[in-house]
Structures are given as structure tokens and as C-alpha cells.
Design a protein around this ligand. Structure first.
Ligand code: PRP
Ligand code: URA
Length: 217
């Protein structure tokens, strides 16, 4: 797995791997049915999580192997929090939990007003005493950046400072807006697409992620 950081977007980490590219191609294909779409979102997320979590703090702990006592590295500090943006972010949660089963899961409910493209908040729940925890916001799509920015604002108001954004497909317009608003928040993505359409869809993209995950179209 390798990482590419475009010079114009120091906040952006493009995760590159042949398996990831292949799965993303299948995900974009309009012929991919709902079941496979869900499986691919989970598998791609699992691959992204390796890179997105590589700076988690570690500590040495003492354990007993069947043969002797040893000091061995383990994750340190409070459990991280996965924060899916409803609805589509839900599709990424199992990919995170496969790698970090003890992570806590918060929820934020946002939908885009299809005319103004502005995010509307309808739900927010995170663990108590979240200030010291690492948060991983997940949403398959970073389009205008409005939903991501509204989520980060809510977390910062709650005192959270360690925030990473993980998505599958990003538009340059959204990455730029996020960089201007929150340059301290790294974005991990499997793709940086060409542009946004006039209706705020990512091109070439994969369509409406929520509708494809849940079969609501
Ligand atoms: C989609 C997507 C993101 C948001 C991205 O959600 O899952 O949350 O749009 O767009 P933005 O970067 O322009 O804010 P949508 O509002 O369609 O809601 P849904 O997940 O319930 O389908
Ligand atoms: N939300 C989606 O689900 N898809 C897009 O292309 C843009 C926003």
C-alpha cells in the first residue's frame, strides 16, 4: 500500500493499492448489484483503515506467553470512535470494526438539501468524555464538503481535537473546502475524482452512495 499526497492538497492522502483500485472499479460500475456494493464498501474501508490508523498511539505492556513473560506493543489510550455520517457512512462501519473491534461507534445524521446542497442535521450521539479520543468520521462520498465540515464543527464544539476523515471517493472541490476550513483534519480516500456536477454529484463518481447501499432508488 502506498500514499500519494497531491501538492495542492496537503490535507489529502490518496491510498493506492492494486486490490483497492480493482474493488473501486467494481464499486463504480452501475451494473454492480446492492449486495456486492455493500461488500465492496466494507472491503475497501478495511483496506483504508490500515493507513488511516497507522499513527494510533502505542504502549508496551507486559504479557505472559506460554513460555515466558515479555513486553509487547499494544494500542494505548481511550478506545477510538468511528463516526459514520448517516445514512451512507453506515456502510463503512463494519470495515472499521473488522480491524478495531473495540472501537466505539457514534452517529451523526445529516442529509443534503437537494436544492441548496446544504447539510441538515437531524441526529448527533457520541460517547461521553470524548475529548481525548481519536475520531474517524466515515462517509463514502466527499462532494461539496458541506457534510464533512458540519460534522467536524459539531465535534470541535464537543471538545474533540483528534479527527480523521475517511471516504471512498472525493471531489477536488470538497477537499479544497475542507482544507480551508480545517487544515488539521487529514482525509484518507481511495480516489480523487475529476469534479462535481451542477447538481453536486461527483464525476465520474459512483452515483448516490446511500441509495446504492440501501436500495432506495
Ligand atoms: C451524501 C453522502 C454524504 C454527502 C456528501 O449523503 O453520503 O453524506 O451526500 O455530500 P457533500 O460533501 O456535498 O455534503 P446524502 O445527503 O445524499 O444523504 P444519505 O446518506 O442519507 O443518502
Ligand atoms: N453524495 C452521493 O451519494 N454521491 C455523490 O456523487 C455526491 C454526494
Amino acid at each position: 500500500m502506498s500514499i500519494y499526497c497531491p501538492p495542492e492538497f496537503p490535507n489529502f492522502r490518496l491510498v493506492c493499492h492494486p486490490l483497492l483500485s480493482h474493488k473501486l472499479t467494481q464499486l463504480r460500475d452501475v451494473k454492480t448489484p446492492k449486495k456486492e456494493f455493500n461488500e465492496l464498501v466494507r472491503e475497501i474501508t478495511q483496506l483504508l483503515v490500515y493507513e488511516a490508523t497507522k499513527d494510533l498511539p502505542m504502549e508496551m505492556i507486559k504479557i505472559q506467553t506460554p513460555l515466558e513473560v515479555m513486553e509487547s506493543p499494544a494500542l494505548a489510550g481511550k478506545k477510538p470512535v468511528i463516526l459514520p455520517i448517516l445514512r451512507a457512512g453506515i456502510g463503512m462501519v463494519d470495515g472499521f470494526l473488522a480491524n478495531i473491534p473495540s472501537a466505539r461507534v457514534g452517529h451523526i445524521g445529516l442529509f443534503r438539501n437537494e436544492e441548496t446542497l446544504q447539510p441538515q442535521l437531524y441526529y448527533f450521539k457520541i460517547p461521553k468524555q470524548s475529548e481525548d479520543r481519536q475520531f474517524y468520521i466515515c462517509d463514502p462520498m466527499l462532494a461539496t464538503g458541506g457534510s464533512a465540515i458540519a460534522t467536524i464543527k459539531k465535534l470541535k464544539e464537543a471538545g474533540v481535537s483528534r479527527i480523521t476523515f475517511v471516504c471512498l471517493v472525493a471531489a477536488p472541490e470538497g477537499v479544497k473546502k475542507l482544507l480551508e476550513a480545517y487544515p488539521d483534519v487529514p482525509i484518507f480516500s481511495a480516489s480523487l475524482d475529476r469534479q462535481l456536477s451542477d447538481h453536486g454529484y461527483i464525476l465520474p463518481g459512483l452515483g448516490d452512495a446511500g441509495d446504492r447501499l440501501f436500495g432506495t432508488k
